[in-house]
Ligand binder design. Structure first.
Ligand code: COI
Length: 366
């Protein structure tokens, strides 16, 4: 994709300032969307067309649209943060652009370039800048969640890569991902289902991975758990990731351990960033396989001082309990520990402009 500017068609019936303020006061996650969206079309014959920012609204899709049948879709998650001076920034967007391209390759979709990906975010955020929460709106930790996605839009039922593809970006103001806020969550251990197998799509951010997690997620809900953790497909022994986020362990308050990105788990931008922030803070950092046996034994012995989920939406959320078919295992300090909260603070301080951006991780959008 190499479009250089987006056509802007303003929404003539935008949300009123009063309604927007009410939404920003209690946005939840993924429930309310801004007034505009980005759209860029690709075709096998003509490549990428000029992108547009247009009023947010339903897509009109032929019932034979390939994405609806064969799941040829990929997406991203990234946030825009309001800084104290009113400017709006995003975090390591080139990483998301790179991951979107990797996901697109795996799903046989065309690859948007980083410049256009960034331009699309910027165009949307500038148009809907009043939707980026300020600290007054909903505490200090609300942001605008941006959801770039691509769908196979050709109406055709043969199984082959679509010859037309639509790239969109939509945006929703967001507070904490979990309904209870940043409180320790309970995690269900899925013993029947796996999320991804070697050679499959586990490392791609594609709808199918999330669809495949939902039956296990239903089991989790039935056991009063907020998320599910998956083990590897071959041995059913190694911890991979949760339904929608990566997982980190802290041993003896000083060693941060997380499963390696080996092709079956998503390469989280938050995950990678926390590993660097942890090393800065003097923790030892290990990317290595963690078995479910090690998790349970270390929790029982007290060596496991914290477990937390991490991702763009989840940020850093403590995991209080692991629930299996046999028993419930308390994971580390009941108050959520110290390492996860420290890393969470360091990350948020950077993202919200309260800490110097020494690595050049932030990009200004508006
Ligand atoms: C994100 O963290 O951005 C995700 O895509 C995960 C999903 C739970 C919303």
């Amino acid at each position: 994709m190499s479009v250089t500017s987006f056509r802007i068609t303003p929404n003539t019936e935008p949300t009123s300032a009063g309604d927007r303020a009410a939404i920003l006061a209690d946005p939840g996650f993924g429930r309310f969307f801004t007034d505009h969206m980005v759209h860029v079309r690709w075709s096998a014959s003509g490549g990428w067309e000029t992108g547009e920012v247009r009023p947010y609204g339903p897509l009109s899709l032929d019932p034979a649209t390939a994405a609806l049948h064969y799941g040829q879709t990929v997406f991203e998650g990234i946030k825009a943060y309001r800084h104290p001076d009113g400017s709006v920034w995003t975090f390591r967007p080139e990483r998301n652009a790179e991951r979107l391209r990797a996901s697109a390759r795996r799903l046989a979709l065309p690859e948007p370039d980083t410049g256009t990906f960034l331009e699309a975010l910027e165009a949307l955020v500038r148009q809907d800048v009043d939707w980026v929460p300020t600290p007054q709106h909903h505490g200090a930790e609300s942001s605008l969640y941006l959801r770039p996605f691509m769908i196979a839009s050709e109406p055709f039922l043969g199984v082959r890569p679509s010859r037309t593809v639509d790239f969109h970006v939509i945006a929703c103001p967001t507070a904490a991902y979990f309904a209870g806020g940043v409180k320790p969550v309970r995690i269900w251990l899925s013993s029947h289902y796996t999320r991804a197998a070697p050679g499959g799509t586990g490392a791609a951010k594609c709808g199918g991975n999330y669809a495949a997690s939902l039956a296990a997620q239903q089991e989790a809900s039935a056991h009063d758990c907020e998320q599910v953790v998956f083990l590897d497909a071959s041995e059913h022994r190694w911890v991979e990731e949760l339904g929608g986020m990566n997982v980190c362990f802290v041993f003896d308050n000083e060693r941060l351990v997380t499963p390696p990105v080996s092709g079956t788990i998503l390469e989280g931008v938050t995950r990678a960033s926390l590993l660097e922030l942890a090393a800065d803070a003097g923790l030892s950092v290990e990317e290595r396989p963690v078995s479910i046996g090690e998790w349970i034994e270390a929790a029982d012995s007290g060596a496991l001082t914290e477990v937390f989920a991490c991702g763009t939406a989840a940020v850093v959320t403590p995991i209080g309990e692991l629930v299996t078919e046999e028993r419930t295992i308390a994971c580390g300090d009941s108050d959520g520990g110290t390492v996860g909260p420290m890393l969470r603070r360091a990350l948020l301080d950077l993202q919200y402009g309260h800490r110097r951006d020494e690595r050049g991780w932030m990009t200004r959008l508006a």
